[in-house]
Structure formats: C-alpha cells, structure tokens
Design a binder for this molecule. Structure first.
Ligand SMILES: [Ca+2]
Ligand SMILES: [Ca+2]
Length: 96
C-alpha cells in the first residue's frame, strides 16, 4: 500500500485529515463507527448528490467499507480515512 502524492491544486494535508477525523470521531476512540460513520456517510453523500435516501446511505456505507475498511472491523480508522480522503480529493479536482 503506497500513499501516492497527487499533484493537484487541492492537496489534503495531514492537518486536514486530522480535522476531519476529529470532527466525526466524536467519542474520540480512534475510529469512526456506527452513528459517527452514518454522519460521515451523510456528508459524503451530500457531496456527490443532493437527493438521497437511507438506501443510498447504506449503499454508500457498503462501498466505503468494501473499499476502505482495510482491516475489516466495520469501522474507519485514521489510516483508512486518510486513504479515503486522498482518493476523494483526487477525484474531485473541481471546486465543490
Ligand atoms: Ca468513535
Ligand atoms: Ca477499519
């Protein structure tokens, strides 16, 4: 697993990731899970589409966990979030 540096206008820094992680990990246990994960998924969902329902959220959850939950514990830890955010910022070159 390598963290490729993306050459783009918007680069996500460790501080950004820290900020995002702390924002969602409200109980500070080092991973985003359950309600925290739902909040995170909702915000992600809003980035990609305006109109979504609970089905979209659970699909999103499936996708995120399939793709990014490397240690398969059903939670997103900081490393996993880092990878996810780097990927997102890469996909999203245009301003949101
Ligand atoms: Ca947590
Ligand atoms: Ca995990």
């Amino acid at each position: 697993m390598t963290l490729e540096p993306y050459g783009g206008s918007k680069k996500i820094t460790a501080q950004d990731i820290d900020r995002v992680f702390k924002l969602y990990d409200t109980d500070n246990n080092g991973s985003i899970e359950n309600e925290e994960l739902n909040g995170f998924l909702k915000d992600l969902m809003e980035l990609v589409q305006q109109d979504y329902d609970s089905e979209d959220i659970s699909m999103m959850k499936q996708t995120i966990l399939d793709q990014w939950d490397f240690n398969n514990d059903g939670k997103i830890n900081r490393d996993e979030l880092t990878m996810l955010l780097l990927q997102q910022s890469h996909d999203d070159e245009d301003d949101v």
